[in-house]
Design a protein around this ligand. Sequence first.
Ligand SMILES: Nc1ncnc2c1ncn2[C@@H]1O[C@H](COP(=O)(O)OP(=O)(O)OP(=O)(O)O)[C@@H](O)[C@H]1O
Length: 453
Amino acid sequence: MSHLLSAKFNQHLHSLLASLVNKQSAQPRLIVALSGGVDSVVLLHLLKDFQGQYGQYQVIAHNVNHGLSENAQQWGSFCKDLCHQLAIPFISSHVVIQKKSRTSLEALARDARYQCFQEKMQDNDIILTGHHEDDQLETLLLALKRGSGSTGLQGIRTQQDFFTGSLLRPLLIFSRVQLVNYANEHGLQWIEDESNQNTDFDRNFIRHNVSPLLNKRWPAIAKSASRTAQLCQEQQSLLDEIAIEDLNACLVESFAQKTLLVSAAARFSDARRNNLIRHWLKSNGLQYPSHKQLKILWQEVALAAADKQPQLRLGTYLIRRYQGRLYIVSEQPLALPEKPLNWSGEDILWIDKNRLGVDFSAVSKELAKQYNVSCYLRKHLDASLTCLPEGRDKPRTIKKLLHEYQVPPWLRDHVVFVFVDGQLIEALDVWKCEDNKSKLLADAISPSLYSDD
Ligand SMILES: Nc1ncnc2c1ncn2[C@@H]1O[C@H](COP(=O)(O)OP(=O)(O)OP(=O)(O)O)[C@@H](O)[C@H]1O
């Protein structure tokens, strides 16, 4: 029977790679995430066979030692020996994880593992993991328990982008029993992680106490769960397409950020608006909010009375409203310099490392030589300093202007004021000054590069 599994695997992987490789110019390396458990050991064997048939791929294995089990060292040696026998290059990584609660420990180990994969990655690499159909069923049951809606019911994806390459899970079409049978027929050895037996943990509880019962009553339950996951993934792509379209109607650029216009979002039905807000948060690197958080975000932040300054904390971010727009604000403070910074010809003058800077790359070096350029922040300025912005009738203080130009209060300290030979020529991203003697230079300086993450 194992040759059937192997043939099905080869065909499946071949078509998965065909869709990926088309997008890439170079032949990718296939990196097996090898834990030493039966799933990834079978995956490694199947890949060795696949490589025999489609010789153009380089197969490599990568084991991560999380240092969480006394046996971790032994598992690493097991993986190394296995790769030696199969003549597969082996990468080993070691991470140190601070022990906390078990749940967070597992999540920390997973994050650290994917971080290791990323660090050892080359462009276009494809990381393959041994997730199978039963993992999918467990994941969906856990999602039901958490109540995470269609997002959670998407389960484990067969393919997803991963940094400069991709992640593939080609064993999701097989059950654990099929993989164990394959391993036995081939006389393969593997290791058992003793922690998998502990049913105090939800996934193990489902694996040992719930799935067997469900499988006995409905032998095709794992297949049905996989189908559900696939349908939910498809529906999510549709929801994402709708969200992108809807966001186009609601997003406005404001101080180098895409902010959400409350009046535009208010025109959508609740469901459609929730969908677009979820997408907006996710595409800015935040986790999907819970249903309750979404409700608070809309009712108590977006729609708060005009004189209020509402905000909602989501992880390390705050969602704030100002002048009818929602902003995503990082809670991580910027390290702002004590004194103004002089520009000495660099393409980007960083005010805060990699987060707030001024892009001078379009300024001609010849032009630059003629002037003395420096960048100030509000705290470096004399409070009585006035300025006449282009198109305005009379000068006003900087404080008044920041207010008039509707710069959100929390961003006012980050506005960069560019001075040329001691004269203010512009407040970057906000206004340019009338009658400035170095207009050409002012026009060439791009908006400050401001990333609030
Ligand atoms: N220590 C490890 N080193 C390399 N790969 C690993 C390691 N542990 C797990 N993997 C990979 O991840 C797959 C899934 O493992 P497991 O179910 O134990 O992890 P998980 O925490 O549920 O993973 P995920 O978060 O990726 O769903 C394995 O088949 C293997 O490919």
